[in-house]
Design a protein around this ligand. Structure first.
Ligand SMILES: NC(=O)c1ccc[n+]([C@@H]2O[C@H](COP(=O)([O-])OP(=O)(O)OC[C@H]3O[C@@H](n4cnc5c(N)ncnc54)[C@H](O)[C@@H]3O)[C@@H](O)[C@H]2O)c1
Length: 321
């Protein structure tokens, strides 16, 4: 799709993936509005939109009049979400308010104000639960391990119903763990790799829980490329898994960090009891359907992506702590 001059709304646009997408869209000549409520504990950071020609609306999708925001929009990239698994367990009502109820608000507003807009929805591999087989394709049973998995699945399904009943072009991308510049690295709320990178840069040891679990981490530039490609007609009305380069175990990933930052130390320990119940074990995606529909493929290998991320944070660490 040619994004030049297109009017785009990115919900969750000050967060990790949303802000990277905003930078890319603005660079392609789109007129971009980022909506973000800067939710406590999420990935929103004012520094994320530094240097991007993007209009930022600071508001909560549960409250703001979404019709005004949707007016005349060509594409809605819908990334706003409560993303914390432990947060969803602690406060499932807030979780479902954002990830499901507010999605229905947005659907209704878009029906009135942007009936033809393409919607690309950020979904998650989380609701497959502990995989029955690897790699996980889109036919894998849905078995959410936690409240966040339930609410994210509900949100995705409301959007897919909108495609089936109203004919709206909707695409849902079920993302795996993503990482890269603008990730929240202050703590472990946004993937383990965030806090690992912070501690490695600070010369402090980090913890590896378990260690044998496989992950197919996607570098953020590849995620952004997937979002851009997903607007194509070949994707409309479909859900797709998005994976990354070949999977690596947590211990292998820790080893990569240690190679990139000499002197890095880590210790392995058992998965904490309060998290073990919602742990999904190993995961990696079969994303062949998306590759076939779009020609997309992840271009950034894991070790290279970690090195690029660390380089990016070196000069900006204070903004992310
Ligand atoms: N990062 C990953 O590894 C990953 C994996 C799977 C799925 N996803 C999905 O991708 C999307 C983006 O994730 P992310 O990693 O960038 O997270 P993030 O926390 O960095 O971004 C989400 C943004 O949404 C905003 N937000 C949350 N609730 C809001 C509300 N009520 N009103 C307005 N804004 C609100 C937050 O402030 C935040 O900036 C989410 O939908 C998430 O479920 C991400």
């Amino acid at each position: 799709m040619d994004f030049t001059g297109r009017k785009i709304l990115v919900t969750g646009g000050a967060g990790f993936l949303g802000s990277n997408l905003c930078h890319a869209l603005a660079g392609l000549g789109a007129r971009v509005t980022a909506l973000d409520g800067f939710l406590f504990g999420g990935g929103a950071n004012p520094a994320n939109l530094d240097g991007a020609d993007v209009e930022l609306v600071r508001a909560d999708i549960r409250e703001i009049d979404l019709r005004n925001l949707c007016e005349g929009v060509d594409v809605i990239y819908n990334l706003a979400a409560q993303t914390s698994h432990m947060g969803g367990q602690r406060d499932p009502l807030a979780d479902i308010d954002i990830n499901a109820v507010a999605q229905v608000r947005l659907i209704q507003a878009a029906r009135e104000a942007a009936p033809n807009a393409i919607v690309v929805h950020a979904s998650t591999r989380q609701f497959y639960g502990r995989p029955h087989y690897l790699p996980v394709d889109e036919e894998h049973p849905v078995n959410p391990p936690d409240a966040n998995g339930v609410s994210k699945f509900a949100g995705e399904q409301y959007w897919m119903i909108e495609h089936r009943t109203a004919g709206r072009p909707v695409v849902s991308l079920r993302l795996t763990n993503c990482y890269g510049p603008r990730l929240r690295i202050r703590d472990a709320r946004q993937t383990f790799l965030g806090i690992w990178m912070r501690l490695a840069l600070e010369g402090k040891p980090f913890e590896v829980w378990g260690g044998d679990q496989l992950r197919d981490m996607t570098y953020v530039d590849d995620v952004t490329a997937a979002f851009l490609a997903a607007a194509a007609p070949s994707c409309h009305g479909r859900v797709f898994n998005i994976g990354g380069p070949p999977p690596a175990s947590l211990l292998e990933i820790a080893g990569m960090l240690a190679r990139i930052v000499p002197g890095t130390r880590f210790i392995t320990r058992e998965f904490p009891a309060d998290r073990a119940t919602i742990d999904i074990g190993s995961y990696h995606a079969n994303d062949g359907a998306f590759r076939e529909a779009t020609g997309w493929a992840p271009l950034v290998g894991l070790e290279e992506g970690i090195a690029r991320s660390l380089e990016w944070y070196k000069t900006r660490l204070a903004l992310y702590l």
